[in-house]
Write a protein that binds this ligand. Structure first.
Ligand code: FRU
Length: 495
């Protein structure tokens, strides 16, 4: 989580909602201060000697490009490696990231300090539309519906992560949103707070939400608790001519946990400099094999700092580019898992699709657009999560490939798609690209003329992107929080 290190906080004890006691799966042991690391290299990490790869790290197939058997033909071997269940992981290399350069085509238009608020009630940040499994934003009975992480607006902006709940909004014109409240009843979700995810309309009035169960169950407000698991629950959506509401949301289930072999566990991450990740599930159906998968944000498995930056992670860097030893602590990846039951309640972890090892610690909120047979893989990241020796703006990064698991190439050579302007480096965050290439995000921290800042916690102007093969450019804005449906379900009875 990005901005907890960059936004001033006003610590204020707020009692959390009573939570139902759960007896979930066994938790990794936590050490106090697990989350005290986002501020830079922890003393332990900084002092750690350059280590040989640990057994756990070697066992991970995350960046393996070794062949299988010598008797297998290249074609069938490639087919295996590049199938969604295969072992190939693309790399975002240091050589590519070194090409990051801001210009007009990849810089977001300035958000003025007098931006409007969607609601006075809650801070709003990571937001996603109701979609179908084909990733298209939906309206239900004529109502556009979106989901956002929310927290009461009377707590400090930086404190919101520890009290996050998924809220929902509805709108007829996809511009003026009414806050509907929390998606799930109090005390039902796993963890101590609900972090980002996706919500898919399955059939009739059933909506299944996939979210990050952040923190241990019933943990209260505890910023040192970095546990993250992936969870799901189903809700029933209702709409009449006046409003949209949800019922249900009581059948919560943990669907994935970091395994330590493909994805780093909390325990393995302890000596790392920045909070580890196992979060932000994005559920979709691959148009090629018609199976249902989820992308998510992970870190490569193994004890933090026990890996080395190797050639495929570094790439063809210019002569004289040094790789600082601490770059090895930055191991972000875009994870993949597949649904193994029709009700999308059982899942299996697969090898990560993309590794940012030695480049960036956080590849947050990964999501996908499939256009003209090309797979566009999007993620968001921060300046402060780039490995030493690299930098890039807070913003949207993207890759293009021929299939779900493929040799992804960074858009524009570097992966930078659009970042905040240098004059407002924390202006907006958490970009989400819809199949119509409209990109929504939230207003984070906007500098004011008086020399201060105004916190946003509301949706930013939607940006229109143009993509042509492996190139992209920002072509304009479409108004605050514009997230129009691409398909309606349930008839138009809500009108
Ligand atoms: C991105 C993010 C997500 C996470 C949420 C926590 O803004 O860090 O990865 O789910 O915020 O608040």
């Amino acid at each position: 989580m990005p901005d907890i290190t960059t936004t001033p906080t006003r610590p204020r004890p707020v009692p959390s909602a009573p939570r139902r006691r759960r007896h979930g799966l066994a938790l990794a042991a936590l050490t106090a201060g697990a989350l005290a690391v986002p501020l830079g290299l922890s003393p332990a990490a900084a002092a750690a000697p350059p280590a040989a790869p640990a057994a756990a790290r070697q066992a991970a197939s995350t960046v393996s490009t070794t062949s299988t058997t010598s008797t297998t033909s290249t074609t069938s071997r490639d087919r295996d490696r590049f199938s969604p269940r295969g072992t190939f992981t693309a790399n975002w290399t240091r050589a590519q990231a070194l090409k990051i350069a801001a210009d007009r085509s990849n810089t977001k238009p300035l958000v003025p300090e007098n931006f409007p608020l969607m609601t006075e009630k809650v801070w709003i940040w990571d937001t996603w539309p109701l979609t179908d499994l084909n990733m298209k934003p939906l309206s239900y009975k004529g109502w556009n519906v979106i989901f956002s992480l929310t927290a009461p607006r009377d707590i400090g902006f930086g404190d919101r992560h520890w009290q996050a709940r998924i809220g929902y909004f509805y709108s007829r014109d996809a511009r003026t949103w009414t806050y509907g409240g929390h998606l799930f009843p109090d005390g039902e979700s796993f963890g101590s707070r609900e972090w980002a995810g996706s919500s898919v309309h399955l059939r009739g009035d059933t909506v299944q939400t996939f979210y990050t169960a952040s923190g241990r169950d019933n943990g209260g407000i505890d910023p040192t608790d970095a546990l993250q698991r992936l969870a799901t629950a189903t809700s029933t959506i209702h709409a009449d001519s006046k409003r949209v509401w949800f019922s249900g949301g009581r059948d919560h289930r943990i669907i994935a946990q970091a395994d330590g072999t493909l994805y780093q566990t909390l325990e393995q991450s302890q000596s790392g400099p920045i909070i580890y990740a196992f979060r932000d599930p994005f559920v979709f159906r691959d148009p090629k094999d018609k199976k249902v998968y989820a992308l998510f944000e992970g870190n490569n498995a193994g004890v933090a700092g026990t890996n080395r930056c190797d050639r495929k992670e570094i790439g063809p860097v210019p002569a004289g580019h040094d790789v600082p030893a601490d770059a090895r602590f930055y191991t972000g990846n875009i994870g993949l898992m597949e649904a193994t039951s029709r009700d999308l309640k059982r899942w299996r972890l697969l090898t990560p699709l993309l590794s940012a090892e030695c480049v960036n610690q956080q590849t947050e909120r990964p999501h996908l657009v499939v256009k003209d047979g090309r797979y566009y893989l999007w993620t968001i990241s921060h300046t402060f999560t780039f490995a030493p020796g690299l930098t890039g703006p807070d913003g949207l990064y993207g890759f293009v490939g021929k299939g779900l698991r493929s040799d992804y190439k960074p858009l524009n050579g570097s992966a930078l798609v659009m970042g905040n302007p240098a004059s407002a480096p924390l202006m907006t965050y958490s970009d989400y690209v819809m199949p119509n290439l409209l990109v929504e995000s939230f207003v984070d921290t906007v500098p004011t003329a008086a020399g201060g800042v105004r916190f946003g916690g509301t949706l930013a102007p939607t940006v229109q992107l143009r993509v042509d093969g492996a190139r992209s450019r920002v072509v304009g804005t479409r108004g605050y929080g514009y997230l129009p449906e691409m398909r309606n379900v349930g008839g138009r009875g809500g009108r």
